[in-house]
Design a protein around this ligand. Structure first.
Ligand SMILES: [Zn+2]
Length: 331
């Protein structure tokens, strides 16, 4: 019951306890391992910037998530399920504007009850709420690599190292002002044929007989070379370059610390710095870099943690803002 999640803060002031107005944090009801989810925080009044709020998750085993920055839906946005306006409610209420958070649950997160906490600009705890981490099964696959592809993956190369360092630096960058996303994702290619799912436990069988086990951190769409690839959501192009391992690669920033990645393209149509809209062309499917056939590797990372981007397509697989807001208003 949502009302029970309200947290009333009592603070000592002038020796007498003072009860502040209730502040509410609405978590998702349940999130599966490896999936993203939204949480909504309703401040007691206007004034503090959304990006000055940080949300953390403590999992059942005590492990802590990174801090997720708050954001607001860009003004005028009306698509997909993040639209506060589209719910028929005013964007601001007498309790102040909503602060949204997009969180990412790792594939190996501890199952059971987890706790979310929201902190204000001075690091003070503002609200807390509980939600459940549910299980999800991930399939396994073996991928046999010939000598050439084995070399591409295992040989050390200073250029590869430099590219990897820069790639990680981009994905770990958190711009508090980056709030471009105004709705759910669209599929980046027209094809629904997935040749490798998110979260697959993948064994690379190298040409020399050795084996490496990894987690497939994205979705592979198998489709013909030249198939148009579009931006999954509104954002800013922060990488558009040819890399040794991932081939021609585009990274789009959507929210603070939140990125989608498109790999193995045959061509790139957008330079770094371009503001891109959901569904707009960014390039074409190819097999550049480490690829055994033409496909799009599509990846989604929030604060560095890979999670399943399919969960944001249409926003119909998780409790969305649309279902959450009337519950807040109804209390
Ligand atoms: Zn892939």
């Amino acid at each position: 019951m949502l009302f029970s999640r309200c947290l009333v803060l009592a603070v000592a002031c002038c020796a007498a306890p003072l009860v502040l107005e209730a502040q509410t944090l609405v978590p998702p009801d349940s999130v599966r391992r490896g999936e993203p989810a939204f949480a909504v925080y309703v401040p007691s009044g206007p004034g503090v910037a959304a990006a000055d709020h940080v949300l953390t998750i403590r999992y059942a085993d005590g492990a802590m998530s990174p801090g997720y920055r708050g954001f607001r839906v860009p003004a005028g946005a009306s698509a997909g399920g993040l639209d506060v306006v589209g719910t028929g409610l005013p964007a601001t209420t007498r309790r102040g504007p909503f602060v949204l958070f997009l969180v990412s649950v790792p594939v190996d997160a501890a199952l059971g009850v987890a706790t979310m906490s929201v902190f204000g600009p001075d690091g003070q705890a503002l609200a807390g709420a509980r939600f459940t981490i549910a299980d999800r099964t991930f399939v396994r696959e073996d991928l046999r690599l010939d000598a050439m592809l084995t070399g591409l993956r295992v040989d050390s190369d200073p250029v590869k190292t430099e590219q990897a360092v820069r790639y990680q630096a981009i994905l770990s960058t958190v711009h508090p002002e980056a709030a471009y996303l105004s709705g759910g994702f669209v599929r980046p290619v027209a094809s629904r044929r997935q040749t490798s799912m998110f979260g697959m436990r993948r064994r690379y069988l190298y040409a020399d007989g050795s084996v490496d086990v990894t987690m497939h951190s994205g979705i592979d769409f198998g489709c013909p070379a030249g198939t148009p690839v579009v931006a999954a959501g509104d954002g800013l192009i922060v990488m558009a370059e040819d890399r040794i391992v991932t081939g021609k690669t585009v990274i789009i920033e959507h929210l603070p610390g939140t990125y989608t990645i498109y790999m193995h393209l045959s061509s790139i149509e957008v330079p770094v710095g371009t503001r891109i809209g959901r569904g707009e062309l960014i390039g074409a499917v190819g097999m550049t870099g480490l690829a055994t056939g033409p496909h799009l590797h599509w990846e989604f990372r929030v604060m560095g943690v890979a999670c399943d981007p399919e969960a944001l397509i249409g926003l119909d697989k998780m409790p969305s803002i649309r279902t959450i807001l009337p519950a807040i208003e109804g209390r």
